[in-house]
Ligand binder design. Structure first.
Ligand SMILES: *Cc1c(COP(=O)(O)O)cnc(C)c1O
Length: 909
């Protein structure tokens, strides 16, 4: 391919975000145009163009491969339109249906005149059958006859007893290898031959900026150093890949290099091809293995009599029943055969794992970048409570986003921890919160420090990403906090964000991703220099404003890196409902291990569901083998939806997906990033934003504003569910939240867009038909939804009686004491929300103090917590709330309060 051809935007191979879909589209285009040519309706020039548009992408995929592509070009060259059209159609269909993964015939060329070189003749190609298929990237010195032969030789090594089948894709430079693993999600293993080149033969300006952004800049890597540098880079982008090196040099040289840990195995010279073949299969098998699930399947096959308490196990109570046999028919026999209350037979115990569960957890730890993982079968609600109970003692202070999931608030009530609430920035116009600015967190830390109470602070606990998609700069938050308190523990609630590990664009913003980066940084010699340089600047005594304004660098020698992450595996990966994990990367874990176990015993069921545990094991397998492609697809789908909705002339009149610029105020976007769809922005800008900005938006979480169409969120959610079979979860006053995940396809996008178009047309027609008055009513409705939005109330304060041991500068309080105060019925009272008494108490007192949590859905955060003084803002907000579900509030009775005289008595005590 010439430079002139490759220089157009269309053909640039580094537009990574729309790769698989764009590829399928281009093949579809080619097939269409080839049909026209074959029917004599067009000449071949369109075909030439369409074939060029496929560009070099095909060189990064094993299928159709060089042989079929050559065959295609040959029929173009020879002017045989029918053969061309037929082959293009065949290839295109195979790519779209992915049939090539299993059918040998799809790889065959009918055209025997095409011979790339003598080695391509008579290569036996065995079909994969039902065996899982993957691709191996070969990085060799040059694309040559030798490498063609290599691909064929690898094929000849296939044996019927292999568990998997793979095809090789070959490139010959550092840059092309990077492109290949980004573009081609089927690549599961990489083999490096020494002596490959540096620069791509294609146009890749964006790739270079990307490499710059992740620290593999333009500097030329010496030939001998290239394999290790490449292995390191590949691992940073896709850590799950197995990387092999075929070397002629001595191992000793490699072994001394830190980066050699990226290489799974070094093999010597080409003679060891069979060895390589077996090693590659074994590597994939290592990820494929699901120790607990594999054992469960074995267990289900065995004839077992049970004398334990679980009648349903083995299914007899069901299958022999006249009355509930349909349960067995509906769920299938395996569900029943795979249930047991015994922990023998390889089933292991979740509470004290020593066998397959232990192993499955260790594999999950590897996959998610943690030191250890705990499987939890009662949802992240329980995971969070476990972590709180394990790490927090009564009286300890926890810095907490008030807007976080209720399991944290309840966790602190149980543990007796005192919440020091920090506020997320409000997005009043959409009735939702963003995330907590780092400045607020640092201020809380500095306040505690000023009053010499830092020792009481245990944890900073934040939600990443938030329901609406705000992603923290996890590394920066942790580093700056550690600069103030080096042994601080972090709990990142990543209930929604577990999948992010498998996207190179999001990974650094996960708790474990950032912890890994901090850990690496701590080991570098620059770390101490950077720290000391900043200390010099801060001398003699740093001013508070400076500490708040500057990016603080922690002392790498002091840091105790203690990071916990909880994730609802069921929310973003293929685990059954309630499947959750706690990921731990805590250098001091041994000192809390006993407590942690105790917390697990406190909260975990003693009868965990086997299928749930198995599904966690399986979700890990899937993510390690295809997570990269699935997550890339989820992002691509989200970008499609964003583009289609906001770009459609009619739909965009009534609906809008909020861009990053609308979700994240400019002061938190220092990189200048605006939005994914902004024509001035490339994905490299997005990478930079992910790297630098205080907050980013997860593209897969789309706030769709429906207020412009006259619907409130709840109404619109119901309309989509009842009329169009589209389900979604979260709503606000004037928006709904759409999420794309690893199960979405382009058909889902098409369906959504069709539905939005239909609804938009309906609105147009209704307005046109009913004329002026209707327009006016519609306008008023939209105005009310979009502008008459209640102010979001900040956390007011805990009543002084619950702040006996609190500081003057910080707002923490003894929430547990207030919570249990409410258990004494005689000590509580009810005041109706819409009452004169309520108004009078606000004006004249005595102060109203909440006896419990009040949590409206939506928005889902507690607008009152036990012990909180209720203010006019809170009452205003509650009165304006037009939602049905308010947990902790009984409409008929009113607000549950702690009685004033009880509080007064406490105050005197
Ligand atoms: C859903 C959710 C939880 C609770 O997780 P479950 O698995 O439903 O128990 C905790 N935190 C956040 C942020 C959530 O969204």
């Amino acid at each position: 391919m010439t430079t002139a051809q490759s220089s157009t935007e269309q053909q640039r191979i580094d537009h990574f975000f729309s790769m698989p879909a764009a590829r399928a589209d281009r093949w579809r285009d080619l097939t269409g145009i080839a049909g026209d040519w074959a029917r004599g309706e067009a000449d071949s020039s369109g075909v030439v163009q369409a074939l060029d548009a496929l560009g070099s992408i095909e060189n990064f995929h094993a299928f159709p491969g060089r042989r079929l592509m050559a065959s295609l070009r040959e029929s173009l060259h020879m002017g045989v339109p029918s053969a061309f059209a037929e082959l293009a159609r065949r290839i295109s269909r195979s790519i779209i249906t992915r049939q090539y993964k299993h059918s040998a015939a799809d790889w065959e060329s009918d055209d025997l005149t095409v011979q790339l070189d003598e080695s391509t003749v008579d290569t036996p190609i065995q079909g994969g059958g039902e065996r899982p298929y993957f691709e191996m990237l070969l990085v060799t010195p040059e694309a040559s006859m030798r490498s063609n032969r290599l691909i064929d030789e690898m094929r000849r090594l296939r044996r019927t007893e292999d568990d998997f089948i793979y095809e090789a894709v070959q490139v010959s430079s550092f840059e092309d290898a990077i492109c290949a693993i980004i573009i081609n999600p089927s690549i599961a293993a990489v083999t490096l031959y020494e002596g490959f080149g540096q620069t791509s033969v294609y146009e890749t300006p964006l790739l270079r900026s990307f490499l710059d952004a992740i620290g593999f800049g333009a500097q030329h890597v010496a030939r001998d150093d290239r394999p290790l540098a490449l292995a390191d880079a590949l691992k940073r982008i896709r850590p799950e890949l197995d990387i092999y090196l075929l070397a002629d040099r001595q191992v000793e040289k490699l072994a001394g290099d830190d980066r050699s840990s990226a290489i799974r195995r070094v093999l010597y010279s080409v003679e060891e091809l069979l060895e390589l073949h077996l090693t590659v299969l074994e590597g994939v098998a290592g990820r494929y293995r699901t120790p607990f699930f594999d054992n469960l399947k074995k267990y289900a096959r065995r004839p077992i009599s049970t004398f334990h308490a679980l009648p349903l196990a083995r299914g007899k109570s069901i299958l022999r029943s006249d009355w509930i046999r349909d349960m067995g028919e509906f769920y299938g026999l395996n569900l029943l055969l795979a249930e047991s209350s015994a922990t023998t037979g390889g089933l292991d115990s979740l509470l004290e794992p020593t066998g397959t569960i232990k192993e499955a957890q260790e594999m999950a730890a590897r996959a998610f970048g943690a030191d250890r993982v705990f499987f939890v079968t009662n949802g992240t609600s329980t995971s969070n409570k476990m972590v709180h109970q394990a790490l927090v003692a009564p009286g300890d202070i926890v810095i907490l986003d008030r807007n976080c999931h209720k399991s944290h608030h309840y966790g602190l009530v149980l543990a007796g921890g005192q919440p020091l609430y920090v506020e997320a920035f409000p997005m009043v116009e959409y009735s939702m919160y963003g995330a907590v600015p780092l400045a607020s967190i640092k201020k809380a830390l500095l306040d505690l420090k000023e009053e010499s109470r830092l020792d009481r602070l245990k944890i900073v606990d934040l939600t990443n990403c938030t329901f609406d998609g705000h992603i923290y700069n996890t590394r920066r938050v942790m580093e700056e906090c550690l600069a103030i308190k080096p042994d601080l523990i972090f709990l990142w609630d990543e209930a929604w964000f577990g999948f992010a590990r498998f996207s190179p664009f999001l990974r650094a913003r996960t708790a474990m991703g950032a912890a890994g980066e901090i850990e690496n940084w701590m080991k570098t010699p620059e770390a101490i220099t950077q720290y000391e340089r900043q200390q010099q600047e801060l001398r003699p005594s740093p001013r508070r404003e400076d500490l708040l304004a500057m990016r603080l660098i922690p002392d790498p020698r002091q840091i105790r890196l203690r990071v916990y992450q909880t994730n609802s595996t069921h929310k973003s990966m293929s685990a059954l409902r309630q499947g959750s994990m706690v990921l731990v990367k805590d250098v001091d874990f041994p000192s809390v291990e006993t407590q942690f176990r105790e917390a697990v015993f406190t909260h975990a069921s003693t009868s965990p569901n086997q299928q749930l545990i198995a599904s966690l094991d399986i979700a890990r397998r899937q993510m390690e083998l295809e997570g990269y492609g699935l997550v890339a697809n989820a992002i691509e789908i989200a970008l499609d939806i964003r583009r289609e909705v906001n770009g459609h002339p009619l739909i965009s009149k009534y609906f809008r997906v909020l861009g990053a610029d609308q979700m994240v105020p400019p002061e938190y976007r220092s990189s200048g990033f605006t939005d994914f769809l902004d024509p001035g922005m490339t994905w490299v800008d997005q990478v930079r934003s992910m790297h630098e900005d205080e907050f980013c938006l997860d593209p897969t979480r789309m706030t769709l504003v429906c207020g412009l169409a006259g619907f409130d969120g709840t109404e619109f959610k119901a309309l989509l569910a009842n009329t169009y079979d589209i389900q979604l979860n979260k709503t606000s006053r004037n928006s709904v939240l759409l999420q794309s995940n690893i199960n979405n396809t382009r058909s889902d996008v098409a369906h959504l867009i069709r539905v939005l178009l239909e609804i938009s047309k309906d609105i147009e027609e209704r307005l046109a038909r009913n004329g002026g008055p209707s327009r006016e009513a519609f306008g008023n409705r939209v105005k009310s939804l979009m502008t008459d939005v209640p102010d979001l109330p900040n956390f007011s304060r805990f009543h002084e009686v619950f702040r006996r041991d609190a500081g003057d500068l910080t707002p923490e309080g003894d929430m547990r004491m207030a919570f249990y105060g409410g258990y004494d019925r005689a000590a509580t009272e009810y005041v109706p929300l819409f009452s004169e008494e309520c108004d009078r108490r606000l004006k004249e007192g005595p102060e109203m103090v909440s006896a419990n949590f009040v949590i409206p859905y939506p928005p889902g955060f507690p607008i009152m917590v036990p012990g909180q003084v209720i203010t006019a803002e809170t009452i205003d907000f509650m009165r304006k709330l037009d939602v049905k579900e308010i947990h902790g509030y009984e409409r008929t009775k009113g607000l549950k309060l702690l009685q004033p005289d009880v509080i007064a008595a406490k105050a005197r005590a």
